[in-house]
Design a protein around this ligand. Structure first.
Ligand code: SF4
Length: 673
């Protein structure tokens, strides 16, 4: 290796549960290679190919390098015609336009729109939130992912820490429900293999068989949206067979009768029929899970993306409690592990001062197109790409075309949304700034540091929002600290299992590990317990609303096929769409393809009342019949007609947490002639 090559340790903060340590090779100031680092024990052997190619994002022709403003007049939005301006001019325009909007319509006419797919704690919902709070801007309801499951996990267990991935090989049985580790949690896969080698029974409940038959023993291809009756049917089966752990439930849970009453309406026969799965397979899974000890439930997020998603998540997460699966290493459940650590942002700014209306991010299409008081006149998009990720793409595009809407996009690359900006600001990536992220999978907090100089004139979110705050005349300290001061204070606001953290890893791009009574991973009901107010498990938490476990029919009269949009191995949310998903494929079951005269490689149109997507068919029996799949987060250039899955997804929301219902989309497919 050349002496000019430096190898630098840092961490990945993308929207992924694995939180890899990274070793980045830098040659003459440019990133030349990214591989696994040694800080996180779980990820030291490999990283995903997506981040392995992060240099392609850094130096891509679509990388944003300078502030720009839109060229052209009426109806030119979306053409991505911009001219370079300097930072002072760009920030000055934003300050002036936001002042005008506040003076005429009030602060709530400004909407910050962010998610954090590519960012950690310092660069998402910190200085930016303080700025928008002081503008009295509308608040954003973060519902596009994990809203129903988070609400349920909080209401039911108070976000108790889940089983760590290294403990999976301890289990006799692993039940994976609505998750695809091969696409979005790849470091779980080696532990599944180890568990399998030790004789574990592994079952998958998912409309797509995402794991190979040498790894799983049973696949239940549940029809999307029918996870709730399936789970209630299993619970009813256990109740009838006297398998519930009454002693554990008496001591640790409340609201059992509400759950059992709802389950009593779902015999195994009826549940299997509604979920369109084989009844005997359901019985086998229910019996094997009841008998196994220890047994782990890996609950994912696929099951929440429909009108029954919150209720389904509650029924599924109740399962380990009903059968008393806790108290042993390798027993219990894993959902998001982010609740195990706390970061108190109120130590950095007055979070209680932001009390304006909340706009549900899933309803962006409605918000931009329908009457609203006050209407949205200023939109500031950062850390996300709503054109690619938010339901009802056609109406979002129409809204972004509005000439009376002033749109700022602060991004790393020219996304589908960035094309519609009035002012475009270049953002640094996690290889160009300091940040840190509390993982929602591995029990670590991973820190980043700049491994190269910022490309072009790109700046960090922290510096830009602080400057906007100062330009607006806000006196709050957070806008006046140096970035190092901000980082120091943010690290001091972290508490992991009630303990502060050492600042050292946060300055060096290292990893801070959790400590559960001397172990890096917890044992539920031994080292971690429900964090609900009364310390009990709530089996019918208030977030389920007035009709807990009520089921809404998922059949459709209008269009025959259910469209789902699962994570792919090519994108992290929509990140990397600029180069890593060149051609959009629709996965369709052979029976559904045959009746429509479709073969693999055919060009097809997929349509419903909201829009149409033209792409290429991939006939594949891994997806169940009656269901077709398009990848989540694809960019418009990947399809044949410039539209992707969100052009077909309705913007209705879940009663639990207001979550997005992507899998409520119903479509028809035909070959393009
Ligand atoms: S996206 Fe996930 S698997 Fe890939 S490097 Fe980041 S943390 Fe690791």
């Amino acid at each position: 290796m050349s002496e000019d090559v430096r190898e630098i340790d840092t961490s990945c903060v993308l929207d992924c549960p694995d939180a890899c340590s990274l070793e980045v090779s830098v040659e003459e100031g440019r990133v030349t290679k990214i591989g696994p680092g040694t800080g996180n024990d779980i990820t030291r052997n490999f990283i995903c190919s997506k981040v392995g190619r992060f240099a392609d994002r850094l130096y891509h022709p679509d990388r944003l390098l300078y502030p720009m403003r839109r060229l052209g007049k009426k109806d030119s939005k979306g053409e991505a015609r911009f001219e370079r301006v300097d930072w002072d001019s760009a920030l000055g325009t934003i300050t002036e336009r936001f002042r005008e909007i506040r003076d005429t319509e009030g602060g709530e006419a400004i909407l910050p729109y962010n998610y954090g797919g590519s960012n950690g704690f310092l660069t998402d919902d910190l200085v930016d939130s303080a700025y928008f709070a002081r503008l009295r801007a509308s608040r954003l309801g973060k519902t596009i992912c994990a809203a129903p499951t988070s609400e349920v996990a909080k209401g039911m267990y108070g976000k108790m820490a889940g089983v760590g991935f290294p403990d999976y090989p301890e289990a006799e049985l692993i039940l994976i429900w609505g998750a695809n580790p091969r696409a979005s949690n790849i470091h779980l896969v080696p532990f599944l293999r180890d568990a399998k080698a030790s004789g574990a029974f592994i079952a998958l409940v998912d409309p797509i068989r995402t794991l190979s038959t040498d790894l799983i023993d049973l696949h239940l291809p549940v029809y999307p949206g029918a996870d709730l009756p399936l789970a209630l049917g299993m619970i009813h089966h256990w109740a009838e067979a006297g398998r519930l752990d009454r002693e554990f439930l008496d001591g640790n849970a409340v609201e059992l009768e509400t759950l059992l009453e709802a389950a009593s309406r779902w015999s195994l026969d009826r549940a299997a029929k509604e979920a369109r799965v084989d009844r005997e397979s359901v019985r086998l899974l229910a019996d094997r899970y009841a008998e196994a000890s220890p047994a782990i439930l890996r609950c994912g997020w696929g099951l929440e993306r429909n009108r029954n998603g919150g209720q389904a998540a509650a029924a599924i997460l109740a399962m380990p409690a009903l059968l008393g699966k806790f108290g042993r290493r390798g027993g219990g459940y894993t959902l998001s592990n982010s609740g195990a650590g706390k970061i108190d942002a109120s130590k950095l700014w007055d979070t209680s001062s932001w009390t304006t209306r909340i706009i549900n991010m899933t309803e962006l299409a409605r918000v931009l197109n329908e009457p609203l008081s006050p209407p949205i006149r200023g939109l500031f998009v950062y850390n996300c790409n709503p054109v690619a990720t938010v339901p009802d793409q056609n109406r979002i595009l129409r809204g972004l075309m509005r000439e009376d809407l002033f749109t700022v996009v602060f991004e790393q690359v020219m996304t589908d949304t960035a094309r519609y900006a009035d002012i475009l600001l270049p953002a640094t990536t996690f290889l160009e700034h300091y940040d840190f992220k509390r993982s929602y999978g591995s029990y670590v907090v991973g820190a980043t540091k700049p491994v190269i100089e910022a490309c072009g004139e790109a700046r960090s979110n922290v510096s830009v929002f602080a400057e906007l705050g100062r330009a607006a005349g806000f006196e709050d300290e957070i806008f006046h600290w140096t970035e190092a001061e901000l980082r120091e204070r943010a690290v001091a606001a972290i508490e992991l299992q009630g303990k502060p953290v050492s600042p050292e890893p946060f300055a060096t791009g290292g990893i801070h590990r959790y400590d559960f009574d001397g172990s890096p991973n917890p044992v539920q009901f031994e080292s971690v317990f429900p964090q609900t107010e009364d310390g009990k498990i709530h089996l019918a938490p208030a977030c389920l609303g007035p009709a807990p476990y009520a089921y809404q029919d998922v059949r459709s009269e209008s269009f025959p096929l259910c469209l789902i949009t699962p994570a792919s191995a090519r994108l992290v949310s929509s990140t990397f769409g600029e180069f890593n998903l060149r051609e959009l494929h629709l996965t369709i079951h052979p029976d559904d393809a045959r009746t429509r005269g479709i073969a693999s490689g055919d060009r097809v149109r997929v349509w419903n009342e909201l829009g149409e997507v033209e792409c290429v068919a991939r006939v594949d029996a891994h997806v169940r019949e009656g269901v077709v799949a398009l990848p989540k987060g694809a960019w418009m250039k990947s399809s044949l007609n410039g539209r992707t899955s969100t052009a077909l997804t309705p913007s209705n929301v879940n009663v639990v947490g207001g979550g997005a219902c992507f899998n409520d989309a119903r479509v028809e497919v035909a070959a393009l002639r």
